[in-house]
Design a binder for this molecule. Sequence first.
Ligand SMILES: [Ca+2]
Length: 517
Amino acid sequence: MYRNCLHHQLKTLAGILFFLVCVMNPTHANPTTPTQTTPTPNTHSQPQTTHQSRPNIVWILVDDMSGHFGYQGEKLVSTPHVDRLAKEGIIFTQAYATAPVCSTFRSALITGMYQTTIGAHHHRSSRGILKIQLPSDVVPIPKLFRDAGYYTSNGNADGTRPGKEDYNFDYKRQNLYDGIDWSGRGKDQPFFAQFQLRGGKHRNIPEGYKQIRTELDSPIDPTVVNLPPYYPDHPVIREDWAAYLDSVNYTDIEVGRIISKLKKDKCLQNTIIFFLTDHGISHARGKQFLYEEGVSIPFVVWGADLPQNHSPREDLIAHIDLAATSLNLAGIKIPESMQGRPLFDPQTKPRAYVVSARDRCDETVDHIRSIRKGNFKYIRNYLPQRPYLQPCNYKDKKPFMPVLRQLHADGKLNPSQSLIMAETRPSEELYDLTTDPWELNNLAPDPLQTQRLEVFRSLLSSWERDSNDRGQSFENSERYDSDMKPYLEKARRNDSDTANMLERNIALMKKWQQQGK
Ligand SMILES: [Ca+2]
């Protein structure tokens, strides 16, 4: 058990020193008082040895994966490393992504701000000539860690290459990260290290998927997987789902390697590990959408010296809370404007609700907001006259998409499976997650829900106003064209079919907007 190893290692001199520092300075023993523990900034090349007791912070961030780890009840996978972090650490059972797609999620993650507040809400924006500048009071948190004397890194799963960033604002990697892992840190310098794991994306690349299958003891049998009721039982859908579960198993192997590396480098005992995914599985109702499959994420915190140890925690949290929590545990002052909240600070008011937002994904324009409050989920579709599955080059290339479209055209989908194929959407959706965890029965038209709907409408309006939701109007055409240009140019260089599809989709988006659709 890691915990046993930790207890043993705490008997080392480093552990004794840490204990002494805590006794002499109680603010270090309680990392939930950041205003009193703010360290004097130093340069990252000259760490102050007096800070050696500050914990290392490690984020293990997995792409495109919903809650299918063993600790969450998925019986077909074997995920001993993640399950062990969950068993020994703190599980957050109600963790939500503020955005259901990579770059918007990651822009929010790294700033502790809603992507909609900082103008980073359109997926892969700021990629063309027109850049997005962060508001002056918003600083990416690797910079805050670095300014506080931490060594900062961002690497891939095995720490051999820079890790995915994908931020929708203007920045320079060298201003945020010192390396790809902690090996370049100074003596006794604490580190803030991120590992970006490919997760559910493994199944999208045939060669990569073939490789990971060779490392798995027993790849998942497609005939035994349990599909959500809103997906049809079809061999292609089953095979894709089995490959997804294989990627869950492979992710666990990678997590094990990261923990081993921490242990080998004798860092584990003073490290707090956060394990989470960046949004749900890339599937019809998952990634890009605000159903549970898209926005509910695994979220586990592990560390020998966490300020509290009761688990599971069932309060609602947003993924932007990771930024504030990490700063807080490191004793670094949280910027006043940060919207993320420190999860272990007794002063933190639990969130009464969490909001998620979907806006443009690549070329596909959309505008959806959701609120989870209590056991209910409210979804507002601001473009109800459009289909859910608008043309989208990224999504339409997934193996499940032609199957879904064909089965729908043939009239072979049942009502639950047909929901996501609708040509138009209701303006509002409301689900009781207690009785309807798959979000199949929209209660919004039910007269008995009128009062509840009014509460949700009011909450959403207040949130949009108070958080200055920048998605309330269409993106201007200059910015849209600026972001489409490099995207189109890349497609034209590599794949004319993709380029043609993109051009058609872009033209359709412009036409629909002109039509007020
Ligand atoms: Ca992702």
